[in-house]
Design a protein around this ligand. Structure first.
Ligand SMILES: Cc1cc2nc3c(=O)[nH]c(=O)nc-3n(C[C@H](O)[C@H](O)[C@H](O)COP(=O)(O)OP(=O)(O)OC[C@H]3O[C@@H](n4cnc5c(N)ncnc54)[C@H](O)[C@@H]3O)c2cc1C
Length: 339
């Protein structure tokens, strides 16, 4: 019988382990190897830093549309299996664009979100052309990966916490399939060394704002501003920046100020009357890397030293919103003779 070794314990590796279990694969046949696991913080571990929201995706690529729809439609089942307070809730998003998404994009989005309505022109921020209010999934990212990891481990999947510098260090016996879900690590691990993998730097400001219960997103021309509600917490994640191939790990004071000013200009409705954005206590300022890939996400099989490796990395800024669909596509690459 085939063994499965998953490299990586971010949201993509965890979604993969979950789907293998869902296919009825014996948990004793599944192992995770990862340098970082839920609870850890590092620039090489993106998953704990995400907002995370499930927004409208303006990309008509069929694979991406599949990732979005599959993830959206199956999160309810995961939520049920993990039980209450597992870091996934439904929430209202208010999303604005400087250019209205195409009817084709909107139609696809409407086909799976829970509820939606157009935002009247008078309530659309200056400079924006279109607004949509809809009910979607929201993640409390650190809580969700912790709960998903606990669920997988409780089913019997073993986690080996260690760093791999060369794929050859992954010892396998007989018929093992390796899922490579190492995100940013895929740039550095010998045997993979994909130089297309780059960080997309983010800076966010996490504030305490219990009065804000919805998420607000505004996409300008090369500038993104958001206030993402973290469900089951008082936290509001304010952003942001989307800086390709920027390796700066520092938190920059001028970027924090820029975020606070943009949020208060774009979403004045979230600020209680008589207060300013500076009245929300700042809990954390964070600089983090989204593990991206210049040529897009890589989900494909490769034979490396005679072993079947199924790659799944390069999620960039969409690992939560699309990751379950990405993992499903990767798991479907297992040859049927091995299942
Ligand atoms: C500020 C911010 C906001 C975001 N907001 C959203 C959002 O709203 N919606 C959304 O969908 N996404 C969002 N994202 C993106 C999302 O966080 C990522 O797409 C996702 O976390 C990527 O998951 P991953 O499992 O591929 O990588 P990671 O979470 O980085 O996990 C990689 C795993 O591989 C392991 N690994 C790597 N190299 C090695 C090695 N050499 N040896 C052993 N183990 C190794 C790591 O230890 C880790 O376990 C956001 C990201 C950031 C930073």
């Amino acid at each position: 019988m085939t063994d499965y070794t998953i490299l990586g314990s971010g949201v993509i590796g965890l979604y993969t382990a979950y789907l293998l279990l869902e296919r009825g694969i014996d948990s004793k046949k599944i192992k995770i190897i990862a340098k970082h696991t839920p609870g850890d913080l590092s620039h090489h571990f993106a998953s704990p830093f995400a907002g995370a929201t499930v927004p409208c995706v303006k990309n008509d690529d069929e694979d991406i549309q599949f990732f979005c729809k599959f993830t959206f439609e199956n999160l309810g089942k995961i939520r049920q299996q993990l039980g209450g307070n597992c870091g996934i809730e439904t929430i209202w998003n208010n999303e604005f664009w400087y250019k209205k998404p195409s009817e084709k994009t909107l139609k696809k989005f409407y086909s799976y979100i829970f509820e939606y309505k157009e935002i009247p022109k008078a309530q659309i921020p200056k400079g924006q052309a279109y607004g949509l209010r809809y009910k979607t999934w929201a993640f409390n990212a650190p809580l969700f990966i912790q709960r998903l990891s606990d669920y997988i481990k409780a089913k019997g999947v073993k986690v080996d916490v260690r760093e791999i510098s060369d794929l050859k260090e992954v010892k396998t016996k007989g018929d093992t399939i390796i899922f490579n879900c190492t995100g940013f690590g895929s740039r550095f691990i010998k045997g993979i060394e994909d130089l297309d993998v780059i960080p997309i730097r983010a800076q966010v400001v996490v504030v305490e704002a219990p009065s804000v219960v919805e998420t607000h997103l505004s996409w300008g021309n090369n500038v993104e501003t958001y206030a993402i509600k973290r469900p089951k917490s008082n936290e509001l994640v304010l952003g942001g920046f989307y800086q390709h191939d920027n390796w700066n790990k520092d938190v920059l004071g001028k970027e924090t100020q820029d975020i606070l000013q943009r949020v208060s200009k774009e979403f004045p409705q979230i600020i209680p009357s008589g207060k300013t954005i500076y009245d929300f206590p700042i809990k954390r300022e964070i600089s983090a890397f989204r593990p991206s890939r210049k040529s897009g996400v890589r989900i494909e099989k490769e034979l490396i030293d005679g072993r079947l490796v199924i790659h799944n990395y390069g999620a960039g800024g969409t690992g939560y919103a699309q990751g379950l669909g990405m993992a499903e596509q990767a798991v479907r690459l297992i040859p049927s003779s091995k299942l």
